[in-house]
Write a protein that binds this ligand. Structure first.
Ligand code: HEC
Length: 122
């Protein structure tokens, strides 16, 4: 672990760690929840994270070793597959487009990239 501007950056999360993210659209409505749980020996090649996504009603949309989640999160392998805390880890627009070709990119995110070019994950 090391500190970046008062925020702790973790390079290895302990077994049992749970990270939950609520995802909102531009109208601030909850559109989904993604979570990752560190479970000992679950999937050693991908750092033992169980990936899960839910709709706002709590229905499970994906769970387990989810390739599409991992494909993106390996970009921050040096932080144990965890991007947080933004905005220190920003994905290039081309990467977002490759994963979500039909989605608009949040203008707030585009502005963050513009103001924090040093934070782009390469
Ligand atoms: C296009 C790349 C991409 C894909 C695909 C993706 N994520 Fe993420 N994820 C990110 C980025 C970038 C962040 C940090 C920025 C943010 O919070 O929006 C993040 C944040 C998270 C977080 C909060 C912890 C952290 O890493 O900061 C969780 C939990 C999470 N994602 C789970 C998932 C799950 C589960 C899936 C698959 C269903 C998934 N993600 C698919 C890019 C991706």
């Amino acid at each position: 672990m090391h500190s970046a501007g008062g925020i702790l950056k973790v390079t290895r999360y302990a077994d049992g760690s749970l990270v939950v993210k609520e995802n909102f659209n531009v109208n601030k409505q909850l559109v989904g929840i993604t979570a990752m749980l560190k479970a000992a020996n679950f999937d050693p090649t991908d750092r033992n994270w169980v990936m899960a996504s839910y709709n706002p009603a709590g229905k499970v949309l994906s769970f387990g070793k989810v390739g599409s989640c991992i494909a993106c999160h390996v970009l921050v392998r040096h932080q144990d597959l965890v991007f947080a805390p933004p905005p220190t880890q920003l994905l290039p627009i081309t990467t977002w487009k490759a994963f979500f070709p039909k989605q608009e990119i949040n203008p707030v995110y585009v502005a963050l990239i513009k103001h924090h070019p040093e934070a782009l994950v390469r």
